[in-house]
Design a protein around this ligand. Sequence first.
Ligand code: GUN
Ligand code: ZN
Length: 439
Amino acid sequence: MTQPSRHAALRGCFITFRGNPFTMPPEDALHVEEDGLILIRDGIITHCGPYTQVRPFVPHNCPITHYPDSIITAGFIDTHVHYPQMPVIASWGEELLAWLKHYVFPAEARFEDKALAQAVARNFMTELLRNGTTTAAVYCTVHPQSVDAFFEESSRLGTRMIAGKVLMDRNAPDAVRDTAQQGYADSVALIDRWHQNGRQLYAVTPRFAITSTPEQLEMAGALFKSRNDLFMQTHLAETQQECADVATLFPNRSSYLDVYDKAGLVGPRALFGHGIYLNEHDLQRCHTADCTLCHCPTSNLFLGSGIFRLFDVTSKTRPVRTGLGTDVGAGTSLSLLATMAEAYKVSLLAGGAKLHAIQAFWLATAGGAQALHLADKIGTIAPGLEADLCILNPNATPLLTQRVKTSNSMADVLFALMMLGDDRCIQATWVHGTCVHEI
Ligand code: GUN
Ligand code: ZN
């Protein structure tokens, strides 16, 4: 694991959150420190605030890295992504189930080869950091070695990552299928090896209800409940055809969510990708069970899956924890900026409120951390939190430069960044107090 250098200090304008902009006025939730200083020791933020107030605490031998024209934010959090699908991103012409069959399963079959898994994991992590993403909940493949390859790379970089071996024991080709027993045994061994190993965290990962037998879902539920700090990730109610197939496969369940619920898979740290076709009863259950929905707008638009009702899901009367996911390879970008832009457009199509820039940045940072039950470790810039930071350049392109010239508020600059920005705007990325990417 990369050893964080003992001290580091970053000077510049930083933004962080003091509250939830979905439950209070967005401008009150955002804290802006125009000339700030963030002091880090052993990967943890020890001080942050106005430069003049924090400067006396900087040890005399500690250099100060100055970002004078940038905006420093907590690193972005991607709550749903598939690293083995990076090679098949942007594959033409299919809806979910045909896309899985024609593109994804053949691509994932190649991860039997550990060397290939290592090469893709390395490229994937480089791309994440180039996009300012410092934590993600990641699907590997059915092969245990795909998980080892991923966590080995994440450990080398020192990133906080959640990942797991896909469980899939039916309705898939032999090369990407396990059995309930083998999937369970492999997952137990991977949990022993990787969960809470440094910054790595394990998610029990049944792909979705179509590709797991009831027996496999039961075993996944037992595993998820075997420790109170494990994660669980799966897909839920992404397309109408998928929902119809699940109803046929599980005729005795009252809803798609109920399939997972009866298997013991619905609770805190359960992360459900999509959740587009959920009714009020399901959303009530998500709220009381305290599970998480991962909104993946670029994916939902790319596959034509449907429109996520963000403001219904996060409604004050029964809020459901929600994060943003890129869902690459169905998603079309690893950039959380691009994902925020599509979330804004999807919120308009849903006919609810308009997504405010401050709400979008909260979803990608502090809200994402809450969605992952990791807000005590990541997602904000505050003493005691892990120093994962993203340095944004609002002048990265000529178009942005001319656009932000007219801005008279931080919210407007953030809106321009999310609508027009991409990896070119990520001037630097810091992980656990070390700069790991710089333009
Ligand atoms: N549902 C089951 N597997 C997948 C997947 O790999 N991607 C997406 N978007 N949906 C899924
Ligand atoms: Zn997915």
